[in-house]
Design a protein around this ligand. Structure first.
Ligand SMILES: Cc1cc2nc3c(=O)[nH]c(=O)nc-3n(C[C@H](O)[C@H](O)[C@H](O)COP(=O)(O)OP(=O)(O)OC[C@H]3O[C@@H](n4cnc5c(N)ncnc54)[C@H](O)[C@@H]3O)c2cc1C
Length: 543
């Protein structure tokens, strides 16, 4: 049996991008194990507008959380890509980058070399920006800064242009201006405050067999003093009749790219993790690493919609989230609310590290965006138009949760407990964000064409009503990070700045689980950053 140079577990956004870069060296042999199907020829994957058709299908892991105590004990569905391309194959294609401070924070938390400069260079390497045509520029007032973009990478990026309703230039932009929210000419260069036209990426799945990696193999590893050296991985392969067969792959390097929710499972099944979890399942502790599966972070999301006066706008066939407005707390909280925010920020939420808490508070004070307001307009069959803030997202929550196995059966899903809105400040700031949409529609020129609220309806008025609204309606975004954090081992870290799992010599993690603190964005650009940086590091170290 042959020994590959690299086995990459997970052919998702990070894993595939990394495989492409590593395969640039023709002397290296690489195998990618992907648990899901191929997306080849599937229009639900190639057409961004149909992405939701994948939810609940074989292309989705169909995870659910345990009951979420702070949002009415609701169990929430957690869509996650289980198809070549992973999340990037079934996502909505929105493409965003955060503020410089948010990447520099990763280095402050212990990820030496992972800062805005290195990650900006990495993401430009991954990018093939397609500038808009002159006609699109003229029609939609598009702006962009060439220095913020890469033009030779594999990931195509463009500004969304098709069928944008006149509502946006005529009503949305002037209203935002009257609220003091000035347009951002290009949010991709390390400052994404303010409204801008949506950027998109266009990635699609590829072809592959059905394979699910179970655990890392480390034959003969006896001593807990010396680092574990993996010889490859064990995986289950389903044959044509659906019968599972256990097989192995030998490799000099193991790279886990199964995503924030899946990678802890492979580590824990391999005996790498929190002894309290492993002992309970009679799994031998090979590496004592309590940070595996901890520090789980994701964003809460909800919507609000308003009826538009008949005949005042032509909704046309506008695309989703045509304008996205990212605001710091000072952009939507009143003076009194800011005082309340400061009071709530005096107490560190459970499970959030002191280091992260301090950094996040500094970012809040520096005006880093905390809330996303995405604007969309649509008309029904009777041409009744509705303005929907289709993504109201608290983009940098303080709440932290966990994901762990509770079975040694590799086919049993992990226990996912993100503890949504468990930090009191999260609930306050999120509910206030939803409430702020009432201020937006009460501002001219929008005010003159709004009939009134649809969802939440007009009975929802007080602070308490809005808190109840988010408790009962909000769901979770798909932007998980943090469960194999790149922080010092003594602070709950799982990987070092070279992405090597502590206590091992040749096991790396390269997916979004390594990002200790979430930039306030949609996360696929981060996956490309991690992949490009990982490729640079691995190529340099493995010469
Ligand atoms: C529905 C949805 C919509 C989204 N919308 C956007 C958006 O519009 N814009 C944006 O920026 N981001 C979006 N995201 C987020 C973005 O797609 C993810 O952050 C990104 O894909 C994460 O990359 P990853 O490499 O960490 O994991 P993934 O891309 O999820 O890849 C992990 C891969 O590993 C495979 N895998 C897992 N475990 C195993 C195993 N044991 N053996 C073999 N294979 C395994 C999985 O099947 C999967 O293909 C969205 C995500 C989802 C799910």
């Amino acid at each position: 049996t042959s020994t590959y140079d690299y086995v990459i577990v997970g052919g998702g956004a990070t894993g595939l991008s990394l495989a492409v870069r590593l395969s640039e060296d023709p002397t290296k042999t690489i195998v990618v194990l992907e648990a899901g199907n191929s997306g080849i020829g599937n229009p639900n994957i190639t057409n961004l507008r149909l992405n939701a058709n994948n939810f609940g299908t074989a292309n989705d892991w169909q995870f659910v959380t345990i009951p979420q105590v702070d949002v009415g004990n609701r169990i929430q569905a957690q869509v996650q890509g289980k198809v070549l391309g992973g999340g990037s194959a079934i996502n909505s294609g929105m493409y965003l980058r955060g503020n410089k401070q948010e990447y520099d924070a990763l280095e402050s938390l212990g990820a030496t070399g992972w800062n805005w400069d290195s990650m900006f260079a990495a993401v430009k390497k991954s990018e093939h920006f397609h500038p808009p045509t002159q006609a699109e520029v003229d029609t939609f007032n598009m702006t962009w800064e060439p220095a913020f973009h890469g033009f030779d990478g594999p990931i195509s990026i463009a500004i969304q242009a098709v069928n944008v309703s006149h509502f946006f230039p005529d009503f949305a932009v002037p209203t935002l201006k009257n609220l003091g929210h000035e347009m951002n000419i290009d949010p991709n260069g390390g400052f994404h405050n303010g409204p801008y036209l949506g950027f998109s990426d266009y990635t699609t799945g590829l072809k592959h067999p059905l394979i699910c990696c179970v655990r890392i193999l480390s034959p003969g590893h006896q001593s807990h003093e010396s680092p574990l050296t993996a010889s490859g991985v064990e995986y289950i392969s389903f044959n044509e009749t659906g019968i599972p067969e256990t097989r192995t792959i030998n490799a000099k390097n193991v790279i886990l790219s199964g995503s924030t929710l899946n990678t802890p499972k492979v580590l824990e099944l391999s005996g790498i993790g929190d002894p309290a979890i492993l002992n309970g399942l009679d799994i031998d502790v090979v590496v004592d690493l309590p940070g595996v599966g901890a520090n789980l972070c994701n964003q809460p999301i909800t919507t609000a919609s308003y009826l538009i006066k008949n005949g005042t706008v032509n909704a046309g066939n506008a695309i989703r989230s045509a304008i996205i407005d990212f605001q710091p707390f000072s952009g939507y909280l009143s003076g009194e609310d800011l005082e309340r925010s400061n009071q709530l920020l005096e107490t560190k939420p459970d499970l959030l590290s002191e280091a992260q808490f301090n950094i996040m508070k500094a970012q809040i004070n520096a005006g880093v965006p905390q809330m996303e307001f995405a604007w969309n307009i649509a008309a029904d069959a009777n041409n009744v138009s509705t303005l929907t803030f289709d993504r109201l997202i608290l983009v940098k929550p303080l709440s932290r949760g966990t994901v762990h196995i509770n079975s040694t059966d590799p086919l049993v899903p992990p226990v996912i407990d993100p503890k949504y809105l468990s930090a009191p400040h999260d609930k306050f700031a999120f509910a206030k964000g939803v409430q702020f949409t009432r201020t937006i529609v009460d501002t001219e020129p929008l005010k003159s064409i709004i009939v009134g609220p649809v969802v939440p309806d007009a009975t929802v008025q007080t602070d308490e009503d809005f808190v109840n609204y988010v408790n009962t309606i909000s769901v979770s975004e798909h932007h998980f990070v943090g469960t194999s954090a790149m922080t010092p081992r003594s602070e709950g870290g799982v990987v070092d700045p070279s992405l090597v799992v502590y206590g091992t010599s040749n096991v790396r993690v390269a997916d979004l689980s390594v990002i200790a603190s979430l930039p306030g964005i949609h996360t696929v650009s981060l996956a490309y950053m991690v992949a490009e940086r990982a490729a640079e590091i691995i190529k340099e170290q493995d010469t």
